[in-house]
Structure formats: C-alpha cells, structure tokens
Ligand binder design. Structure first.
Ligand code: GAR
Length: 205
C-alpha cells in the first residue's frame, strides 16, 4: 500500500515508519512526505532517507481549499491510498477529508479524548494525572477526534520530569505506529481499541 506521511516538525515518527519499511517489518511504500513548514527537521530527515518530500505552506494560497486542492493533486498523481499524519499540526479540511474519509490516520500523545491539541504531553503532565498515553485514530474534522484504533497507556511516576514523560511517549509512538499501520495494511480491517480485529471492516476500506 502506498502511503503519504504528513508532518510539520521533528519527524521522528516519520523516521520510525520509514525504518520499519526498510527493515521489512511493514509492507508499504512512502510515496512522499508532505510538510507545511520548510524549516522543519522532517525535511532534512526525508532528504537523508531519499524519500520524496513536498513542502509548501497554506500561507502561499488564498484559501484552505486551494491549499488542500494542491495537496490532493500530489496525492492523486502519486496514487496514495492512505494518509498518515505524524505530527501534522493543522486541522484537516473538507477537501482532503471528503476524498480520504476513513483513509487518514493520526497519532496523538495522550489518552484521547483527554488532552487533545498541540500540547498533549505537557498538559497531561501539568494536570498531574497518574497516566497518559498514545492514541492512534482515524481523522475527522475535529482536533484529535475521530474513531480510535489503538491506545496504549504510559504511567507518570511521581519523580518523572516532563522530559522523561516525553521520552516514554515517543518511545511507544515509534513502536506503535508501524505496528498499527502493519495491521491496517496487511489485514485491511478495523483495528479496535482492545487490539481485537473485527470483520465489520467499516472504518478502513
Ligand atoms: C508526536 O508526539 C505526535 O504524537 C504529536 O506530535 C509529535 C510529532 O513528533 N502529534 C500531535 O500532538 C497531534 N495533535 P515527530 O515530529 O517527532 O514525529
């Protein structure tokens, strides 16, 4: 299955997916990485890994629709079947959602619906909750909403610093995202919260 990865920043999740593909753990091909920020580190990572990278910002367009239509053009030209958001810090609009409904997934560093948004790890840490986690979900028009595919909990211990919690979460993300992608790609079935497959196949077609 040919995927496109959307990222806005560091790109460590993109790299873990690319490495899983290179190691033969994930039967997929990254058609391209799309980045909305030319100074993001993910651009350098993609170039080093020889993976095509497309970079432009919504500021270059007169509307969100025009911006997303340009992205859609690249998705269509490259026969992309699944969009994988990996730190893409924008709300996806109707232009992309209509075409990629149930074919777009996201990873978020909290146990959604708790702590959505840009600062999921920090907000959980500051709220002094005893556990947070990682969520992978289908994308809808909300901020980190949409049907949950898989969650994994991460304990926050009394002595943990924010940096320690961030490190624990990223470590899980880098394992979990390729694992879940593998389930979706190889089984082509809905992968539920508790890890059980269903035959309803309603989320991913
Ligand atoms: C990841 O922790 C991801 O879960 C988060 O951005 C980070 C990107 O890291 N996504 C969100 O917060 C979405 N609301 P990366 O650029 O190193 O992959």
């Amino acid at each position: 299955m040919k995927i496109a990865i959307f990222a806005s920043g560091n790109g460590s999740n993109f790299q873990s997916i690319a490495e899983a593909i290179n190691d033969g753990q994930l039967a997929s091909e990254i058609g391209f990485v799309f980045c909305d920020n030319s100074s993001a580190f993910v651009v350098e990572r993609a170039r080093k890994l020889n993976i095509p990278i497309i970079v432009f910002s919504p500021k270059e367009f007169c509307s969100k629709t025009a911006y997303e239509k340009e992205i859609l053009k690249h998705l269509t030209e490259n026969n992309i079947q699944l969009i994988v958001l990996a730190g893409y810090m924008r709300i996806v609009g109707s232009t992309l959602l209509e075409t990629f409904k149930n074919r777009m997934i996201n990873i978020h560093p909290s146990l959604l619906p708790q702590f959505p948004g840009r600062y999921g790890i920090k907000e959980a840490f500051e709220a002094r909750v005893k556990e947070t986690g990682v969520t992978i979900h289908y994308v809808d028009d909300g901020v980190d909403t949409g049907p949950i595919i898989k969650q994994e909990k991460v304990p926050i211990n009394d002595n943990d610093t924010l940096e320690m919690v961030e490190a624990k979460i990223h470590q899980i993300e880098h394992r979990l995202y390729p694992e879940v992608l593998d389930k979706i790609i190889s089984k082509n079935k809905e992968w539920l919260l508790d890890g059980k497959e269903t035959s309803t196949n309603q989320c991913f077609r």
